[in-house]
Ligand binder design. Structure first.
Ligand SMILES: CC(C)(COP(=O)(O)OP(=O)(O)OC[C@H]1O[C@@H](n2cnc3c(N)ncnc32)[C@H](O)[C@@H]1OP(=O)(O)O)[C@@H](O)C(=O)NCCC(=O)NCCS
Length: 230
């Protein structure tokens, strides 16, 4: 479980935009770019982020083409971050929780803070606390007294109920529902439209399949699926 993190403010703009590099040209990275554009478009006092481009250690040709279509550029491999301007933030466009943890570990030495990227249509309760790197897509809802670890990704229209703890690198996929008092350990992935009933715990690196209903605690390093999840 994550240590309690100090509350962090979601950046709101109003000054010079902060430089941002997105790590990963795949679907998640490009979706992140879309959220950043929505944030900038809604910021009353000017853009919050200035996206310098993408970095990727093994970019697929098709993804690079899509990045160019968005008028963005591939800056190079992640070691490009070694010479990034001071103050540059990074956003991890890596969907898989375990890969996200590895990516974070491999770039953390460059010393760039992880950006907090919250879509203007996402709701994070005012008494919730989160570590750096939180990404919340449009429609994600986090209610009250929730603790979110480092680089937690909350995908479109997922819901996180009261008094929940999500460990570092947890991903909650679209439309999934995590009920009150649940505790999800590091790098858990909750599949699309899955439901986790209240008070359940899910162990480190576990995967909850799409559409599953978790009625019992889930052990670390296991995959569960179905209704009820087994
Ligand atoms: C459960 C999951 C992790 C894969 O588990 P897996 O055991 O490796 O699955 P496989 O693809 O090898 O399939 C094995 C069997 O499980 C079934 N299965 C796969 N996913 C399932 C699911 N979510 N629910 C029920 N059954 C599932 C397959 O049909 C297959 O059944 P069969 O042997 O009778 O043909 C994956 O299918 C899943 O649901 N991932 C979440 C995806 C997601 O949320 N994507 C959104 C990204 S934004």
């Amino acid at each position: 479980m994550p240590d309690p993190h100090p509350p962090r403010a979601v950046p709101t703009g109003g000054g010079r935009p902060t430089d941002l590099v997105i790590v990963g040209t795949g679907g998640m990275g490009r979706e992140l770019f879309g959220i950043v554009r929505a944030i900038n478009a809604r910021a009353g006092d000017g853009p919050v982020w200035r996206v310098l481009g993408f970095v990727d250690d093994c970019p697929l040709e098709g993804n690079v083409k899509l990045v160019h279509q968005m008028d963005m550029r591939l800056l190079g491999p992640t070691r490009w971050l070694a010479d990034a301007p001071p103050g540059t933030h990074v956003a991890l466009g890596v969907g898989d929780p375990r890969r996200r943890r590895l990516t974070d570990e491999s770039i953390r030495g460059y010393g760039h803070p992880a950006a907090t990227i919250v879509h203007p249509n996402a709701e994070i309760g005012p008494d919730c606390v989160f570590a750096e790197g939180l990404v919340a897509f449009g429609g994600a809802r986090v209610t009250t007294n929730v603790v979110l670890g480092r680089h937690v990704h909350l995908n479109q229209n997922c819901t996180i109920g009261h008094d929940v703890e999500l460990g570092d690198y947890v991903s909650v996929n679209p439309l999934a529902a995590v009920s009150g008092y649940c505790r999800l350990a590091e790098a858990v992935m909750v599949g699309t439209t899955a439901a986790i009933l209240q008070f359940r715990t899910v162990g480190r690196n576990a995967v909850v399949g799409a559409g599953a209903c978790v009625t019992r605690d889930v052990l670390p390093d296991t995959i569960v699926k179905g209704v009820p999840a087994r």
